[in-house]
Ligand binder design. Structure first.
Ligand code: KG4
Ligand code: ZN
Length: 341
């Protein structure tokens, strides 16, 4: 076997994407994602359906990842999996699969924190991606989480602030639902927002202490706004969808950026990375580019492939753990709640 090269097979199954990836050291050889469509009809993720779909997807997804990487499983150095946070039933599928494979192949098992992995995705070696220098700040924004994290080293991280209620992805998805857009609405709000006026309808921003966030008030004010306006004009939403989406997105981005600016001031660190599904949003990407151009920040924006849930990010996190010989034992269990650090 090649001693110079570490080959890791990583598995991600924390939410509604079944994913497997193979990395050779810090390079991605394959990254296969099977997104579950079953939830669209329900307007949100149905946990029981998610775990069943993971069970159906996991074997073909792992096979495809190995064959795209052109590697035999006997060449693997370790098996990595997402331990949490996430939906317990979904996590269990990946956890048990990874354990069995590691036992069968007699190679180390490595557990990974999903939120750490979203941050460490920045260290996957890619031509077009800059690698952040330590220390840096990471804004992790997804359907389940909203955090500002201080990153001092690959595996040394501290949460400086987080949401007290809804995650930012939920804020996008729930606002979209109020406008009659299908689930997940985040990308659709983004698409409409690009064509609209962000200042057409001002929404209030919450006052929240420190570096924490809150999004539930915004959802309520959008609900009242839509009810009030549609009472006057039944076609209000259809007539103004681009402007409404642009205004909602603008408010959400301002809520996020206010706290990031505050974190930069407080820590004196002006290197800022984003991660998680919402980092695919054109508004947040533009706001970071503007801060780089106007305020001299150094910003790190992942490729789209590494924004939403994927196993390559689990693989890179596992690679750093492998270098520290930080292996898991077989008694390890999945954890729906799993704090960073
Ligand atoms: O990280 P992710 O794939 O899964 C979780 O761990 O939650 O994030 C999914 C979330 C969903 O809420 C989705 O609506 C949101 O990311 N999202 C977006 C965009 N693309 C995905 N939100 C706003 N604008 C986008 N372009
Ligand atoms: Zn995620």
């Amino acid at each position: 076997m090649d001693k110079e090269n570490i080959y890791i097979l990583a598995i991600e199954s924390s939410c509604d994407d079944t994913s497997a990836a193979v990395l050779c050291n810090n390079r991605k050889l394959s990254n296969v994602v099977a997104s579950q469509k079953v939830h669209e009809d329900y307007g949100g993720i149905v946990p029981e359906l998610a775990s069943r779909a993971h069970q159906q997807n996991i074997v073909p997804v792992v096979h495809q990842a190995l064959s795209l990487a052109n590697i035999d499983k006997k060449e693997l150095s370790a098996i990595a999996f997402t331990r949490g946070p996430g939906l317990l039933g979904s996590l269990l599928v990946g956890t048990s699969f990874a354990k069995s494979l590691s036992l069968g192949l007699e190679i180390p098992l490595i557990e990974v924190n999903h939120m750490q992995a979203h941050i460490l995705a920045h260290f996957i070696k890619e031509e077009e991606m800059k690698i952040p220098e330590f220390p840096f700040l990471a804004l992790t924004i997804s359907g389940g989480h909203t955090q500002i994290v201080r990153v001092d080293d690959y595996l040394k991280m501290e949460v400086l602030g987080e949401t007290l209620d809804d995650a930012v992805g939920e804020a996008f998805d729930k606002s979209a639902k109020l406008l009659g857009l299908p689930y997940p609405g985040g990308p659709l709000v983004d698409a409409h927002a690009r064509k609209g006026n962000p200042r057409a309808f001002p929404f209030p921003k919450p006052r929240v202490e420190g570096l924490n966030f809150s999004f539930s008030g915004l959802k309520t004010s959008i609900l009242y706004f839509v009810q009030r306006e549609t009472a006057k004009n039944a076609d209000f939403i259809a007539d103004n969808i681009d402007d409404i989406c642009a205004s909602i997105q603008h408010t959400i981005i301002e809520i996020l950026m206010d706290k990031v600016r505050k974190a930069v001031e407080q820590t004196g660190i002006n290197r800022v990375a984003i991660g998680g599904g919402v980092s695919a949003n054109s508004g947040i990407r533009q706001a970071l580019k503007d801060a780089e151009n106007n305020q001299g920040w150094h910003t790190y924006i992942p490729k789209f492939e590494y924004c939403t849930d994927n196993a390559a990010m689990i693989g890179i996190a596992a690679y750093f753990k492998y270098l520290d010989a930080d292996y898991a034992d077989y008694g390890i269990s999945a954890q729906a709640r799993y704090e960073i650090g």
